[in-house]
Design a binder for this molecule. Structure first.
Ligand code: DX5
Ligand code: ZN
Length: 219
């Protein structure tokens, strides 16, 4: 990733036309964000392994798999085999984050750690230099189309500071409520990968929507 990027979230795409919608964002963004929900860690259920495996045949985009599931360690190898490039688990869903990072890396994927907006951000800080991506959630996980929570920006800034202090090259990502009004604030706080569902696939031209989000940072 050079500078920053958008990760369109497939959760807001048309599930009847996933390949068509992926083609609309391919070439505009490097990453495709895949929200996996189990009905336990979050109250919603989204999609799972067969879908990831199927869309892997349709695109070379970097699959940024966001596991909103309990017992993530049970599914790491399967999501790696299905074609994930990055596997992100929630810090709330394991007592052994270091072992899980090692497991994900051993599976051939980059390892990300996500944090729920209600979890003390300090819980994540010891892991800042020990993973490849940190995902600061700026909505309560489970649904697309929610508003960016106040307080998210200072949480991003706290993680940015921790990453810089240990010279970590980990990607700092933000997920939830990212749109033309919020992206700049998150960028200024230090985020560099912006997950966007509704702002991209809710548009009648998702490719143009990505360019417009990027322009909020570059102009
Ligand atoms: C929410 C998911 C998000 C979601 C973002 O639980 O993790 O990735 O798709 O959607 P928007 O951008 O619409 O808030
Ligand atoms: Zn997500």
């Amino acid at each position: 990733m050079s500078g920053f990027d958008i990760a369109p979230s497939l959760l807001s795409a048309d599930f009847c036309n996933l390949e068509r919608d992926i083609k609309k964002v391919e070439g505009r963004a490097e990453y495709l964000h895949l929200d996996i929900m189990d009905g336990h860690y979050v109250s919603n259920i989204s999609f799972g392994l067969p879908v990831v495996k199927s869309i892997r045949k349709a695109t070379g985009m970097i699959f940024d798999t966001h596991l909103m599931i309990t017992e993530p360690e049970k599914y790491v190898d399967a999501f790696a085999a299905a074609g994930s490039d990055i596997i992100t688990f929630h810090i709330e869903c394991t007592d052994e984050p270091e072992a899980l990072v090692d497991h994900i890396r051993a599976s051939g994927c980059k390892a990300g750690i996500a944090i729920h907006p209600d979890t003390d951000i300090e819980r994540l800080i010891p892991m800042a230099g020990r993973c490849d991506l940190i995902l600061v959630m700026s909505v309560r996980p489970g649904f697309g189309g929610q508003g960016y929570l106040d307080g998210s920006t200072s949480r991003i800034a706290r993680v940015r500071n921790a990453l810089d202090e240990c010279n970590s090259g980990a990607i700092l990502a933000v997920d939830g409520g990212i749109n033309a009004k919020t992206i700049r604030e998150a960028y200024d706080a230090g985020a560099r990968l912006f997950v966007a569902g509704n702002a991209v696939f809710g548009s009648d031209d998702p490719g143009r929507a990505i360019e417009e989000l990027k322009a909020c940072i570059t102009r």
